[in-house]
Design a binder for this molecule. Structure first.
Ligand SMILES: [Fe+2]
Length: 303
């Protein structure tokens, strides 16, 4: 095993759980102290700051973490390894999940608390790693759990988890009903072991990850703790796609829309018309659901 990884699995990828080198701890302290002052509402479920938007002081401290040689071990001692930082995706993250997570709608945060993989790509020979580093202490309650590997960690100061962005399934579990605020730093690297591609090609693949992340990040951020119709629109989208029933509901709605169009002959020249009507039916059904949640919130304050 290399210095970072602690579990390797064909299906789940490589996962590492451990402590960052001791020399980085004062830098982590500096970041968390400074960042805590910047979090506007300590009661909010989440607050994110991406690398590009960090204050110069925090940014230079984060840079020291990103550039530490410890992360070279993500190459896992393989020859001809190309490793590139994807700092565009790096973020500082304040998290203070609400109580009764299983009784409330999670909206944009649904993606964290259900079992999930962070991405869906598969580029032959190229791996993408997300590294999460704990910056605060006092967490005896919130567990990051890798379901199919049966390993987990309650992230506290100096702890790291490194995992395959596409392969490692995981979930965040809140063990007891108490608020547990944490600050985490997420950093990212693309790694091509025994690389048969050029650096340029690996950079291009990195670009695909950046695009994916920007879209999902936007949807999750807008949809967390929604209060406007627009925010509910994206928040419910996150919950819906995390639900195991999502595909059945879509099939059912397509079935209903086809039944409603029984008067239109199912022939080649009508296919565009039928498809467009079905799409319109799906979108309208979705908007009605969003309208229900949003108006209920406006009338009763229930999310
Ligand atoms: Fe995740």
């Amino acid at each position: 095993m290399s210095g970072i990884f602690t579990v390797k699995d064909k299906k789940e990828g490589k996962v590492g759980i451990g402590k960052v080198p001791k020399k980085l701890e004062p830098i982590l302290d500096k970041i968390s102290e400074q960042y805590l002052k910047e979090v506007p509402d300590k009661d909010a479920s989440t607050y994110h700051t991406w690398y590009d938007h960090m204050t110069p002081e925090i940014k230079s401290a984060v840079e020291q973490i990103q550039k530490d040689t410890f992360w070279n071990e993500l190459c896992d001692n393989t020859e001809n390894c190309i490793m590139i930082s994807a700092s565009e995706m790096d973020e500082l993250y304040y998290s203070n999940p609400k109580n009764n997570l299983n009784k409330i709608n999670l909206y944009g945060a649904a993606g964290n608390y259900d079992i999930h993989r962070d991405c869906i790509y598969d580029f032959n020979g190229i791996k993408f790693y997300r590294v999460i580093i704990g910056l605060t202490n006092g967490n005896d309650n919130i567990v990051t759990h890798f379901n199919n590997l049966n390993v987990s960690r309650k992230m506290n100061k100096g702890d790291y988890i490194a995992f395959d962005f596409d392969k490692s399934s995981h979930q965040v579990i809140k063990e007891s009903e108490k608020r547990t605020p944490r600050i985490l730093l997420k950093i990212h690297f693309i790694v091509c072991e025994k690389c048969k591609y050029s650096r340029d090609y690996v950079e291009r693949i990195k670009g695909m990850y950046l695009k994916y992340e920007f879209v999902t990040r936007y949807i999750m951020q807008v949809g967390t703790d929604p209060s406007t119709f627009y925010q509910f629109f994206f928040g419910i989208m996150c919950m819906f796609f995390m639900s195991e029933y999502a595909k059945y509901i879509v099939f059912l709605l397509i079935g209903i829309s086809l039944l409603l169009q029984y008067k239109t002959k199912f022939i080649y020249k009508n296919i565009t018309k039928i498809s467009l009507r079905s799409l319109l039916f799906l979108i309208s059904s979705y908007v009605i659901v969003v309208f229900f949640y949003w108006s209920r919130y406006k009338l009763t304050g229930i999310r």
